[in-house]
Design a protein around this ligand. Structure first.
Ligand SMILES: Cc1cc2nc3c(=O)[nH]c(=O)nc-3n(C[C@H](O)[C@H](O)[C@H](O)COP(=O)(O)O)c2cc1C
Length: 383
């Protein structure tokens, strides 16, 4: 859960450390730290974390803060390149693998924008390898090679029409992601896990999205996602935090909500079910990867029961909480110690965290963490 509150050099800022401290002290067994760029031009905005030698001391503080606050729970760092959503100086500077008319419906791009070259892509695995090495040196317990939400690696998975080494065949479309995992995995060992935030399918119709049935745009076709997931394991991924969809195209798929940019075209619980069912499929397909399921925050105080059922029936190894962790960082302790969540503290899936994010390039929960984030929301809404 990124807050886009880095220092100007990309190192963690005061609010980043506050967020990590709050999340880590809340009793969760694992902290999965937010999207962190491996190159400057791959930052979503000027507030996104950016790991490099010059910012390493800040990342050391971040890992130390988490370990101290949690009493030693592991912390994973998410490594990313934001691709078409890159905005390193707070103005769009998309790095695109392909033109995508379906994505353009929501976020149109200039049709004359050149697609990124193979030579640019060739250099990225080394950057992910270096970033993983730095995360290890900083004291993190693992690195996540992110491939989801239509950021660069995830966009490449559906680059059916791209010519060259990174488009067309499954091998070409998955090449950069797998090469980057291999480069990070050089640094993997018993104390440093190679992980991935992996979007199993996009819910964006073929040929513009990954993992979808060629004849039914709403249905996944698991053939390629399963194949890729097996290869991820072969390349060294031992832990996966699953996800679906793209927050830029179909946020109701990505994070079922009560209030957001549009009314979801399905029941909210159908969205939760899609996420839980996908996790169950993945756990069965590649049992050796430890899996974290997604989609629980929408369920509010009922989430622990769904999580217990999913874990108890072997559909997932753990339950991941995103927006809930912004709103109620102690949620895990309350589940473990009190057996229940406090309804007055849960995330209400109102999407105000994303409203602030779009305008301020910083975010948190203005409803439950009012002192810091309500003033930001008021400023954004002009109140
Ligand atoms: C404000 C905000 C920031 C997010 N930051 C990240 C991120 O840095 N990396 C990531 O993989 N997903 C990110 N997500 C997506 C969440 O991790 C999660 O997949 C989604 O919110 C659904 O889970 P939930 O229902 O528990 O919130 C973010 C979502 C929101 C709303």
């Amino acid at each position: 859960m990124e807050g886009f509150d880095s220092l100007p050099d990309g190192g963690p800022g005061e609010l980043t450390l506050r967020r990590i401290r709050r999340m880590a002290s809340g009793g969760a067994g694992l902290v999965w730290a937010e999207a962190t760029a491996v190159t400057e031009d791959g930052r979503t905005n000027r507030g996104q974390l950016w790991i490099r030698r010059e910012t390493l001391d800040g990342f050391k503080r971040m890992a130390e803060t988490a370990h101290e606050a949690s009493g030693g729970a592991p912390i994973i760092l998410q490594l990313t390149h934001s691709g078409r959503f890159s905005k390193p100086r707070n103005v769009p500077a998309p790095v695109i693998a392909m033109h995508n008319p379906v994505m353009d419906e929501k976020m149109p791009l200039d049709p004359s924008l050149p697609v990124v070259t193979d030579e640019y892509l060739d250099a990225l695995p080394e950057k992910f390898g270096e970033a993983a090495a730095l995360a290890k040196e900083a004291g993190f317990d693992g690195a996540d090679v992110k491939c989801c939400h239509k950021y660069l690696f995830s966009e490449l998975l559906s680059a059916y029409h791209r010519p060259g080494r990174y488009g067309g065949s499954f091998e070409n479309r998955s090449r950069l992601f797998l090469d980057s995992i291999r480069a990070a995995a050089v640094h993997g060992d018993r104390n440093f896990v190679i992980a991935s935030r992996f979007g199993a399918f996009d819910c964006i119709p073929y040929p513009w999205g990954f993992g979808m049935d060629r004849n039914d745009p709403a249905k996944p076709d698991w053939e390629e996602p399963d194949r890729l997931y097996r290869l991820m394991a072969e390349c060294g991924v031992r832990l996966c935090d699953m996800t679906l969809g793209s927050p830029y195209y179909n946020p109701h798929v990505n994070r079922p909500y009560d209030n957001g940019g549009y009314d979801p075209p399905e029941s909210r619980l159908a969205g939760v079910k899609r996420l839980l069912d996908a996790a169950a499929h993945m756990k069965k397909a590649v049992p050796q990867i430890a899996l974290i399921g997604t989609g629980y925050s929408y369920l509010r105080q009922f989430a622990p029961f769904a999580a217990a059922a999913e874990i108890g029936s072997g559909h997932t190894d753990a339950a991941g909480f995103g927006r809930m962790a912004f709103a109620y960082p102690d949620f895990a302790r309350d589940i473990l110690k009190k057996g229940a969540l406090d309804p007055s503290k849960v995330c209400v899936t109102c999407s105000m965290c994303t409203v602030i994010m779009r305008k301020m390039h910083a975010t948190g929960c203005p409803i439950r963490d009012r002192e810091v984030y309500l003033p930001m929301l008021k400023e954004v809404l002009g109140k």
